[in-house]
Design a protein around this ligand. Structure first.
Ligand code: FAD
Length: 407
C-alpha cells in the first residue's frame, strides 16, 4: 500500500482519490476551500452536464487541444464507464437527446454529484484536509516527489502525489493557476494559457442595439491559418458582443490568434434556408411588410433591428431594389462581425494551456520529469468544446492516474 496525496478536490481529484483508494492505497485529499467541487457546482448552469452520450470515438472531434494525448484516458474510463459509475453510486442521470446528447444529473442539481462523491470518499476512508492550500512540493535529490507543503508550512509526506488543481478560469472557485507557477519552479513547462469557451467582444458598435436578442441554431464560420472553422448552435447578442454555446465553441479555436490579430466571423442565421429561398420569402406577400414575410424564419425583433440598420424599415417588398434585397440576404446569411478579444479568463469556462503534454506519460498521467508525480484534469494542456467533454476529461484522467499507481 502506498500513501497517495491528491491535491485539489474538483472532479478530477475526487475521481483520482477514489480510484487510488479502491486500489488499496491510503489516500489524503487536500483542498484549499472549505468545500469540495466549488467549480463543479457551477457546471451546466448549476445542473451539471456531466458527460455526453455520443460514442467515445466521437469525443476526439470535440477536443480542441491535444486530442491524441487523451486516447488512453478516454478508453480507460469512457463516458459509459462514468454512467455505470453514477448508477452504481445511486445517482440518477438523464440524457437530453434533443440537446446534443448532453447528460445531466436527473435532479438538475450539480450539488448532488458533489454530495455523492463526498459520501464515497468518506466511505472509502479517504482523509480530506479542507482549508489547506498547497504552496510547494517536496522533491528529493533523486528527482522523486515525497510530499507537499501547506500554506502554514506543514509538510504532508507521501509516496505518490497527484496534482488536480485545475485551470485559471473563475478563480474564486479556487483554481487560480498558483500550481502552474510552483511546477514551473521544478522545470515543468506550462504552455501559454488562454481563455477557452469564452464570450467574444465585437468591434462593430451598431450590434449593441441587438443586445438581448437570441438566435437558435446559427452557423458561425471563420478562417484560421487558411483553415475554415464552422460551428453550429445557439447564440446571443450582448452589450459587449456575442455569447451562447456556438460562440463559446468558436472562441476555443480562435483564442490564440486573437492575441495578435482580429478575426472576421461570418454568421449565417438561417443555415438551413438558402439565399434563393430567403429572397423568395422576402417578396412572398409583395404588399405586406418584410418583417411579416420573414417572421416565420427569424425572430421579429431581430428582423426589425436589421431592417432599421439598413434603412429599410418602411420599404414594402414591391418597392425593394435588387441591391437592397442583396443587403438583407447578406445580413441574414453572411453577417460579417469582427472580434478582437475574448471576454477574458475570469469568465471563460475552461483554460486552454497548462502542463505540457510532452512531459506527461499519456498511459499513466505520470510526470516524465519527476518520479511519482501525476497530473489530472484541467491543469493539463487539454481542452474541449461544450457538451460535457471537459468533465469527461477530468473524470477519465483522474481515473487513469488513480489506477496507474503501483503498490
Ligand atoms: C461556469 C462553468 C460551467 C462549466 N460547465 C461545464 C459543464 O457543464 N460540463 C463540462 O464538461 N465542463 C464544464 N465546465 C468545465 C469544468 O468545470 C472543468 O473543466 C472541471 O471542473 C475541471 O476539473 P478539475 O478537477 O481539473 O479542476 P477544478 O474543478 O478546477 O478543481 C480544482 C480544485 O483544486 C483546488 N486547488 C487549486 N489550487 C490548489 C492548491 N494550491 N492547494 C489545494 N487545492 C487547490 C481548487 O480549489 C479546486 O477545488 C464548466 C466550467 C465553468 C467555470
Amino acid at each position: 500500500m502506498s500513501k497517495v496525496i491528491v491535491v485539489g478536490g474538483g472532479p478530477s481529484g475526487m475521481m483520482a482519490a477514489l480510484t487510488a483508494s479502491k486500489n488499496n492505497h491510503e489516500v489524503i485529499l487536500i483542498e484549499r476551500n472549505n468545500e469540495l467541487g466549488k467549480k463543479l457546482k457551477l457546471t451546466g448552469g448549476g445542473r451539471c452536464n456531466v458527460t455526453n452520450k455520443r460514442n467515445i470515438e466521437d469525443f476526439f472531434d470535440k477536443v480542441v487541444t491535444n486530442k491524441k494525448f487523451l486516447y488512453s484516458a478516454f478508453y480507460s474510463f469512457t463516458n459509459e464507464d462514468l454512467l455505470s459509475f453514477l448508477t452504481e453510486s445511486n445517482l440518477e442521470y438523464k440524457v437530453e437527446e434533443h440537446n446534443d446528447y448532453k447528460v445531466y444529473t436527473k435532479s438538475d442539481k450539480a450539488v448532488e454529484l458533489i454530495n455523492t462523491f463526498k459520501e464515497l470518499l468518506l466511505n472509502n476512508n479517504i482523509k480530506i484536509l479542507y482549508n489547506s492550500k498547497v504552496v510547494d512540493l517536496v522533491i528529493n535529490e533523486n528527482n522523486k516527489i515525497e510530499g507537499v507543503v501547506l500554506e502554514n508550512n506543514t509538510k504532508v509526506l507521501g509516496d505518490k502525489v497527484i496534482i488536480s488543481t485545475g485551470g485559471k478560469s473563475h478563480s474564486k472557485t479556487g483554481s487560480d493557476g498558483t500550481m502552474h507557477e510552483i511546477l514551473k519552479r521544478y522545470r515543468h513547462t506550462v504552455t501559454n494559457t488562454y481563455p477557452a469557451l469564452s464570450p467574444l467582444k465585437i468591434k462593430e458598435d451598431w450590434t449593441r442595439r441587438l443586445q438581448g436578442i437570441s438566435l437558435k441554431d446559427v452557423e458561425i464560420s471563420c478562417k484560421i491559418k487558411k483553415k475554415k472553422i464552422s460551428k453550429r448552435g445557439d447564440m446571443l447578442f450582448a452589450h459587449f458582443g456575442i455569447t451562447g454555446p456556438c460562440v463559446l465553441i468558436i472562441s476555443s479555436y480562435i483564442n490564440k490568434v486573437l492575441e495578435s490579430e482580429d478575426v472576421e466571423l461570418n454568421i449565417d442565421f438561417i443555415p438551413d434556408i438558402s439565399g434563393d429561398e430567403l429572397r423568395k420569402a422576402i417578396r412572398e406577400n409583395p404588399n405586406k411588410n418584410i418583417v411579416n414575410n420573414l417572421k416565420h424564419i427569424l425572430p421579429q425583433n431581430f428582423i426589425k433591428e436589421i431592417l432599421d440598420v439598413l434603412g429599410l424599415s418602411d420599404t414594402k417588398p414591391n418597392e425593394l431594389t435588387k441591391e437592397n434585397e442583396n443587403k438583407i440576404v447578406e445580413y441574414f446569411k453572411n453577417m460579417k462581425l469582427t472580434t478582437h478579444d475574448t471576454l477574458g479568463i475570469q469568465v471563460s469556462m475552461v483554460t486552454s494551456g497548462g502542463i505540457s503534454v510532452k512531459e506527461i506519460n499519456s498511459s499513466t498521467m505520470e510526470s516524465k520529469l519527476i518520479e511519482n508525480l501525476y497530473f489530472t484534469g484541467e491543469i493539463i494542456d487539454v481542452d474541449a468544446e461544450t457538451g460535457g467533454y471537459n468533465l469527461q476529461i477530468a473524470f477519465s484522467t483522474g481515473y487513469l492516474a488513480g489506477d496507474s499507481l503501483q503498490l
